[in-house]
Design a protein around this ligand. Structure first.
Ligand SMILES: [Fe+2]
Ligand SMILES: [Fe+2]
Length: 324
């Protein structure tokens, strides 16, 4: 539920100065070495042909990556709210109306509490951002234990999403968002409360729970996008937090690829040169969450990006029936 608030025009907190006291500079971190182009001794014409082919391959890969990321276009004008579907089913419309009302209500409260404290607000929101994914996993795990359904790909994708939110949280902590006890208390209390709400909603209607998460993730995208536009010049001068460098640059990116269900694995590799890049990456992560939550509202539409099997819900139901 990251970023359920609007970015303020407040200046960057003092704790984020380029060399804040008590913060170790991220430049000393061991960054994974960049892949170097192998040195090959070939004739001039063959080398020219090889380089041209390589350039064409890179261009094609970049084109495919951009085309598979429609939400990136929304950076110029991110949607403020999820529109009601054209679905004729009054139940669907009722669910969506309730979700939009609830999201707007939560946004209003958070705007009131965190008007001028962006990083504290981001910390609170990233703390509870993992909760719906944990709730979805809990329910799916329970159903699988009882033999009612088997959705391994959903569990895998939701776990990857929760780990992504966890790293957003680490970044906000490093930026000082958790320095006040009241923010830590509010975040943790809200997370416990939200867990049971999310479990209940998911059991009642997975479609409704996924739509609520889509509302929240869409607003998260919008929030970070506004924050970047308001504070972009200052963020460009600030160093990236250690947690961001470790997550986006140094760690095994299998789980990072896992939650990006609309693109091929390894097709998105963010850069982390400064704090601006970090917030661009977080914003784009939220866009991926949004797309996945929207897709989840259609049963059987989500598959792990690493999955090679042609597996559908129908197949799974058949396999469970055969086991009986
Ligand atoms: Fe997040
Ligand atoms: Fe998110």
């Amino acid at each position: 539920m990251a970023g359920v608030a609007s970015a303020s025009a407040s200046p960057i907190p003092a704790a984020l100065s380029p060399n804040p006291a008590g913060r170790s500079p991220p430049f000393s971190l061991p960054v994974a070495p960049r892949a170097r182009r192998p040195v090959v001794l070939v004739s001039g014409r063959r080398r020219f042909r090889a380089e041209a082919t390589q350039r064409e391959k890179v261009r094609q890969q970049e084109t495919v990556a951009e085309e598979s990321f429609p939400v990136r276009e929304a950076a110029e004008g991110p949607p403020e709210a999820v529109a009601l579907t054209d679905d004729d089913d009054w139940v669907v419309r009722l669910e969506q109306s309730f979700n939009i009302f609830l999201t707007d209500f939560i946004i209003a409260i958070l705007d009131l509490l965190y008007r001028d404290r962006d990083y504290a607000r981001f910390f609170v929101l990233e703390t509870i951002a993992r909760v719906p994914y944990f709730a979805f996993i809990s329910v799916l795990h329970l159903y699988e234990t009882f033999g009612w359904s088997r959705k391994a790909d959903y569990i895998k994708v939701h776990f990857a999403e929760s780990m992504n939110e966890f790293h957003h949280l680490l970044i906000m902590e490093e930026l000082g968002g958790n320095s006040e006890w009241i923010d830590r208390f509010l975040a943790r209390f809200s997370a416990v409360f939200y867990y049971f709400i999310a479990v209940g909603m998911y059991m009642l209607s997975p479609r409704m729970a996924y739509h609520f998460s889509e509302c929240v993730e869409r607003h998260a995208y919008s929030t970070y996008d506004k924050f970047l536009k308001v504070n972009g010049d200052q963020l460009l001068k600030l160093p990236a937090p250690e947690a961001a460098i470790n997550y986006y640059m140094n760690e095994d990116l299998y789980l990072f690829d896992e939650f990006q269900t609309s693109r091929a694995p390894s097709s998105r590799r963010p850069k982390v040169d400064n704090l601006y890049d970090v917030f661009v990456n977080i914003r784009d992560d939220e866009a991926e969450h949004c797309k996945t939550m929207a897709a989840c509202q259609t049963p059987g539409s989500i598959r792990s990006p690493h999955s090679t099997e042609s597996r559908t819900e129908t197949d799974v139901k058949k396999s469970l029936a055969n086991e009986d």
